[in-house]
Every structure is written in structure tokens, then in C-alpha cells.
Design a protein around this ligand. Structure first.
Ligand code: S3P
Length: 174
């Protein structure tokens, strides 16, 4: 039985796809609360994500990330954006499957790769893109795109769209 009393959705996708921007817009239009996993992680650990990666490494980050997401998927009735790498963690994949069983929507925000890559580079502060950022982004996309497709129950292409346009499309599909 679903515990949700309102429509709720999780937004996944690559770095730079616009998960936070679009998620906020969806929440605003639907009059739902919004949460961003990266922001909540930074609050919980008391430091910025790049600093956390530097100090404790990626495996420690993934552990904190997976635990926080599991808690939110249980209790948060709203729109929730995940960090790009979150769906690669096995326990998060299981949690997303339960969330869908409970009536939730997992939305793969599938942006044009060139647009997403450019936004991800421009934004900075992404330790997974250290080094040759475009090459790193493309390699991660190749690994993650099949996983995003398999864990999502809604797939939204946003090529060339504004955040508002993409949000409208998400709302039409959830
Ligand atoms: C990551 C994406 C980031 C953040 C962290 C790791 C990734 O979130 O969680 O830097 O592995 O793709 P965004 O997708 O919001 O940039």
C-alpha cells in the first residue's frame, strides 16, 4: 500500500541535465515541496560535496548518499532530485524499485548530451568531472544511460527545452 498522499516523483539523469532546475519548477507548478539530494547531503555532512570527495573519497560519499536517499524515498512526499551518480548504487536501485511499487514516479530527465555536458562544465564543483571533463562526462553517460533507462518508469527527452518547458513535459508524463 502506498503511503503517499500526493503525487511524488524522483528526478534522475546526468550531471548538467537540469534535474535541480526542472525539479524545482515541477514542484512549484504542482504546489509540492522540493528537495535536492546533494543539498541535503551537504547539510548533513556539513561540507561541500567536492570537499567531501577530497577528504573521504567517492565510496564514503556514495554511502552517505544512498542512506539519505533511502530515508527520503520512505518519507518525502514531493519532488526529489538525485545526484547524477546516485542510481548506480545497488541499494538505491532497490529503493527506487520499491518507490515505484508504492506509486512513485522515477523520471529520467534525458537532456541533449552536448547541452548537458556544457552545463555541467559551466557549473563547476563536480569532482566526477575532474581532468578532461568532456571525456569523463561521455564515459559516465555511456555507463549510466542504460541504468537510468532501467530504473526509471518515466523517460522525458528535453533537448532544446527551457526548464519551464521541460517541467511542463514532466508534469504531463507523471
Ligand atoms: C555526481 C553528481 C553530482 C553530485 C556529485 C556526484 C555524479 O550531482 O552528486 O558531484 O556522480 O554524477 P549533479 O548530477 O546534480 O551534478
Amino acid at each position: 500500500m502506498s503511503k503517499a498522499i500526493r503525487p511524488r516523483a524522483v528526478i534522475i539523469g546526468m550531471m548538467g541535465a537540469g534535474k535541480t532546475r526542472v525539479g524545482k519548477e515541477v514542484a512549484h507548478i504542482m504546489h509540492l515541496p522540493f528537495a535536492d539530494a546533494d543539498v541535503e547531503i551537504e547539510r548533513e555532512v556539513g561540507m561541500k560535496i567536492p570537499a567531501y570527495f577530497e577528504r573521504y573519497g567517492e565510496p564514503a560519499f556514495r554511502k552517505v548518499e544512498a542512506e539519505l536517499i533511502a530515508d527520503y524515498l520512505e518519507d518525502f512526499d514531493g519532488i526529489f532530485s538525485l545526484g547524477g551518480g546516485a542510481p548506480m548504487t545497488a541499494s538505491t536501485q532497490d529503493a527506487l524499485a520499491s518507490y515505484i511499487e508504492d506509486g512513485g514516479r522515477v523520471v529520467y530527465l534525458d537532456a541533449d548530451p552536448a547541452e548537458a555536458m556544457e552545463r555541467a562544465n559551466r557549473g563547476g564543483g563536480r569532482p566526477m568531472l575532474n581532468g578532461d571533463a568532456n571525456a569523463r562526462w561521455k564515459m559516465l553517460f555511456a555507463q549510466r544511460d542504460p541504468v537510468f533507462r532501467s530504473v526509471a518508469n518515466v523517460h522525458v527527452h528535453t533537448r532544446g527545452m527551457t526548464p519551464q518547458g521541460a517541467a511542463r513535459k514532466v508534469i504531463d508524463m507523471v
